[in-house]
Design a protein around this ligand. Structure first.
Ligand SMILES: [Zn+2]
Length: 248
């Protein structure tokens, strides 16, 4: 079913649900102005300083030239500095208190869900706002400007960006938490992602198989559209608040 807005039926399901999970991707961040790599609104970045993004964000380059990788992520943190969460992020943050059982999994590394007040968030691909020590594994909040590259941990070892690079596995336990929520929920939202990146792409399919009603929110149809229960065509910032505000 493809609809242009939240139907009464979907709103009623939402009103009765107790176990809800959501997966978000680049589209919801693009609504806040975050540049994306895989479409979804916003300006797509493919190259920086003449190097492809796939190389800059790779485990291989981190091993051979960590300073360039840090410069790239520092540049991206700079782009985020003045951006704010939007009404879609705010709606998801509010849902945490509404449902007894709620989990948000995101493919985004920009930290905008946390900035909107979400606490039950699994950042599947890590966070650009954090570094991680290569020796003691401590996770460190990065200051706005870094005194040296690579920055160092309190233990004096270099930090790496706390994000999942091309060629790396997801952080331990992250996907498992999202998987458990997807398998146990009644309602599963897929927001602003075409869910082409694995393993995140498995989550809506897993939720569907476990019997959840899967609702996609995206401005355009995606490869998921044929496999979900409902696709609401629209922006996250317009559609998600409308679940609680009839008539919008
Ligand atoms: Zn350390």
């Amino acid at each position: 079913m493809i609809v242009a807005g939240v139907t009464e039926e979907l709103r009623a399901r939402f009103g009765k649900a107790r176990r809800v999970a959501a997966l978000t991707g680049a589209g919801i961040s693009a609504e806040s102005g975050v540049p994306t790599f895989r479409g979804g609104g916003g300006a797509a970045i493919w190259e920086w300083r003449g190097r492809p993004v796939s190389e800059l964000s790779s485990a291989e380059l981190l091993a051979s030239d960590p300073v360039t990788v840090w410069e790239w992520f520092d540049h991206r943190r700079g782009l985020l500095r003045d951006l704010r969460p939007n009404a879609g992020h705010a709606a998801l943050a509010g849902w945490e208190a509404r449902f007894p059982d709620f989990l948000l999994a995101t493919q985004n590394i920009d930290g905008l869900h946390a900035a909107a007040g979400s606490r039950k968030v699994v950042e599947l691909h890590g966070s650009i706002r954090h570094g991680r020590c290569l020796r003691c594994a401590r996770r460190v909040v990065l200051p706005d400007s870094l005194p040296e590259l690579p920055p160092r941990c309190a233990c004096a070892s270099p930090l790496r960006p706390d994000v999942v690079l091309f060629g790396e596995m997801l952080p331990e336990g992250a996907f498992e938490r999202a998987e458990a929520a997807a398998s146990a929920c009644e309602l599963f939202f897929v927001v602003g992602t075409s869910a082409l990146v694995y393993p995140a792409a498995l989550l809506p399919r897993l939720a569907r198989r476990a019997g959840a009603c899967v609702i996609e929110v995206n401005p355009e149809e995606t490869e998921l559209t044929p496999v979900v229960d409902a696709t609401i065509l629209g922006r996250a910032g317009d559609v998600l608040p409308a679940f609680l505000t009839p008539g919008v």
